[in-house]
Design a protein around this ligand. Structure first.
Ligand SMILES: C[S@@+](CC[C@H](N)C(=O)[O-])C[C@H]1O[C@@H](n2cnc3c(N)ncnc32)[C@H](O)[C@@H]1O
Length: 314
């Protein structure tokens, strides 16, 4: 086993770590801040009446996973969000080596605040990865006036999930940083193909949800693709300070990278302990750890993306 898990608050935990101990961070934080509070988790576990979690309508007879409702955040919540990520960004930057990358999941409502806080805390923004996934967010007509404004959509139907890409400032040139710290760039998909920032994906498969019932579980194929890219020379340690059900750690385990996960909630921590070896074992017969490119490009491209991708990128 090449991973270590901690059941604790990552904010305090980060302060106790030595400087320069990780080569990459890959994480999916509670960016709404409220949705993982004790109150909101109680509402979710008690059937979710009036909380931040919304149960999307059943689709083709299939019950959908709960989604957090970010539009309920007010001005003060947004300020707290900035402050939280400013402090967290400072602490996270201390524990990674120069040139270390961070991939951090977000959403289109909040990504600007997250990026402002992280860049103000010293990280450089290096771009954004688009995980193409058809969600049920947005796309509705004006509430209670659907017929009158039948040609109107209030917000776009979201068909992608942004993952912000940041880097701790380099120590010298990229080549110097690579030699000294093993970081500074991203691992190529293959000699012919660089890591690419549009990634065809899928909703997290039922097979994975059955292993671990976490409301924000990310799919292994996507996680394996970004986890592999995060260490340019394939050397170093990955940190996920908001581990949830363990999808980052499982992907690192599959690739053969050493990793550390931190989770504050006892229930999710216990789920992750059981789930990580099972998730890491999935799809082994069809994929090799050296080619996550094969896996991600084998992901079925669903209807809205097919014209976009055809003949262009993949
Ligand atoms: C969005 S979920 C991550 C889900 C994960 N990507 C997965 O695929 O399972 C965020 C997780 O962070 C945890 N969390 C919230 N605040 C935390 C803190 N201060 N320290 C550690 N974990 C925290 C929550 O309990 C939740 O499980």
């Amino acid at each position: 086993m090449t991973y270590i898990l901690h059941h604790t608050d990552c904010i305090e935990w980060l302060d106790a770590q030595p400087e320069n101990s990780f080569e990459a961070i890959i994480t999916d934080p509670p960016y709404g801040l409220k949705e993982y509070s004790i109150d909101e988790q109680a509402k979710l576990r008690n059937g979710n009446r009036g909380g931040m979690w919304r149960i999307p309508p059943t689709l083709n007879g299939t019950t959908r996973a709960p989604l957090p409702r970010f539009t309920v955040l007010d001005e003060d919540d947004l300020k707290s969000l900035y402050q939280f990520f400013f402090i967290w960004g400072t602490k996270a930057s201390r524990v990674v080596v120069p040139g270390a990358h961070m991939f951090i999941a977000t959403n289109t409502f909040l990504s600007h605040i997250l990026c402002a806080a992280l860049t103000d805390s010293g990280w450089e923004r290096r771009g954004e990865v688009a995980r193409l996934v058809q969600t049920l967010r947005g796309g509705d007509r004006p509430k209670n006036a659907e017929e009158e404004f039948s040609d109107v959509t209030v917000m776009p139907r979201s068909a992608w999930e942004p993952w912000e890409l940041l880097r701790k400032p380099l120590d010298g040139r990229v080549q110097d940083n690579l030699r000294r710290w093993k970081t500074g760039g991203l691992r190529r998909d293959s000699p012919e193909r660089p890591f690419t920032d549009i990634v065809p994906s899928e909703r997290t498969p039922q097979e994975e949800r059955k292993i671990v019932n976490h409301p924000s579980l990310k799919p292994q194929r996507f996680m394996r693709y970004i986890v592999r890219a995060a260490l340019p020379l394939g050397e170093g340690r990955i940190l996920d300070p908001f581990m949830g059900g363990g999808s980052t750690i499982a992907a690192a385990e599959y690739i053969g990278y050493t990793s550390v996960g931190v989770e504050i909630d006892q229930h999710y921590y216990d789920l992750a302990v059981n789930a990580i070896p099972l998730l890491a074992n999935l799809y082994k017969e069809t994929q090799s750890a050296n080619s996550t490119e094969q896996q991600v490009h084998a992901t079925p491209v669903t209807a809205p993306f097919a014209p976009l991708l055809q003949g262009q990128l993949f």
